[in-house]
Design a protein around this ligand. Structure first.
Ligand code: SF4
Length: 398
């Protein structure tokens, strides 16, 4: 834990950097450490600088993606302390969707104007569970990633939706294969603090949450020029300084490869029946400070926060410089946070407009990355072209 009092003799006073951040000057690590712990009195300065940065990046607009959530399998070999999604094969609710099941949800979603099929799943369950190996064999696949690739292809071939897979760690080869059937994909970095892998911590017994491995996946995606979503999970035992370090690691990769389309700032919510059910949740102030610092550290990257995890006061997050609400489904629940329903789209629009912004539907791939995807000939490019308007947003659905 850093003591601000002890540091105040050596570090520049926070007030000195107000003019600098308002002018859009880059935030150093040291100054970011201090802003992320700013007092309530200093918070308005931080927020107004963050909103000014957001307006320089994408003025007057807040985006969202109309999506359906496809929980392809909730079997997972990891045991994150906060997760209610995962199951062992013998647990109630353990489920792997069939191709017909995927197609049925996709057909419904098309009728509701969805353009994103978010495929979420546990990480490599077949390595831990013979039951998953048997299921995959029955479907005709050797691995979960191979099955995922087939389902992304099915979505592309059979519907107007665009897949956005979120399967956990991926090798360069799997990124390449999935990148051929999805315009974008994602992996939450969550945190660069490896101490959270320790006994009793959030990522104890979660071998796929090793920060270096996750950073490697994000980097390999960069080498392949894949539009990539990543982000932070805050409140899982990391310090505010860890959040800054995590943001700076993402920024370093983005500066090198230019492929980070979106950084999500997600807040931990304590859920019954999890190891971390009694863990304190981040406060509204924690969220505002982290989002604002994210916006200032990544001035040209889309910053998103999920509205359902900050209900009923989610519109406050607009005051910290987000420019996107993420995927919002008119059809399926948030299977990762099923007790937190998404706001009705009309409500989202009203709240967004009340703050002076226009709500605009985007595709899973952000407008500035659409040209990259459609420059590669093939079915994926054709499908993206069919649903994108001239500016790269979702065509004619607003
Ligand atoms: S958060 Fe993801 S990796 Fe961790 S247990 Fe849940 S499904 Fe598995």
């Amino acid at each position: 834990m850093v003591s601000l009092f002890a540091e105040s003799l050596t570090c520049p006073p926070l007030q000195c950097s107000v003019a600098e951040i308002r002018a859009g000057l880059p935030l150093s690590r040291e100054i970011a450490y201090r802003w992320i712990r700013c007092s309530d009195e200093e918070l308005p300065d931080l927020l107004s600088a963050a909103v000014a940065a957001k307006e320089r990046f994408k003025p007057k607009v807040i985006t969202y993606s109309r999506k359906i959530f496809i929980p392809l399998t909730n079997l997972c070999r990891d045991y994150c302390g906060y997760c209610t999604f995962r199951r062992d094969p013998d647990e109630a609710g353990a489920h792997t969707m069939t191709p017909d099941g995927v197609l049925a949800v996709v057909r419904e979603a098309e009728k509701l104007g969805c353009t994103e099929a978010l495929l979420s799943l546990g990480d490599k369950p077949e390595l831990a569970f013979p039951e998953m190996r048997a299921t995959l064999r029955r479907f005709g696949y050797k691995s979960t990633l191979q099955y995922l690739e087939a389902m992304c292809t099915l979505v592309l071939q059979e519907s107007s939706l665009l897949p956005h897979p979120n399967p956990g760690l991926m090798s360069a080869e799997w990124l390449r294969r999935l990148g051929a059937v999805s315009p974008s994909m994602g992996l939450m970095l969550e945190t660069t603090n490896a101490a959270l892998l320790g006994p009793g911590a959030a990522h104890d017994n979660a071998p796929d949450k090793v920060p270096k491995k996750r950073l490697r996946t994000v980097e390999e995606a960069g080498k392949l020029n894949i539009p990539f979503t990543t982000g932070l999970l805050i409140g899982i035992g990391e310090t505010p300084e860890d959040r800054v370090d995590t943001l700076l690691s993402i920024n370093e990769l983005h500066r090198h490869y230019g492929h980070i389309q979106e950084v999500i700032v997600q807040n931990f919510r304590a859920k019954a029946k999890t190891r971390m059910r009694n863990f304190p949740e981040p406060t509204r102030g924690d969220m505002l400070r982290t989002i604002a610092v994210a916006r200032l550290l990544l001035p040209n990257v889309n910053v998103q926060a999920p509205p359902n995890l900050s209900a009923p006061y989610y519109d406050d997050l607009l005051d910290a410089g987000i420019n996107d609400w993420g995927g919002v489904s008119p059809l399926t629940p948030d299977f990762i946070n099923p007790e937190k329903p998404w706001p009705h789209l009309e409500q989202l629009r009203i709240r967004t407009e009340r703050k002076g912004y226009r709500l605009q539907q985007r595709l899973p791939v952000y407008p500035e990355f659409v040209a990259t995807v459609i420059s590669r000939p093939g079915l994926l490019a054709d499908k993206v072209r069919a649903v994108a308007d001239a500016d790269g947003y979702a065509r004619g659905l607003e």
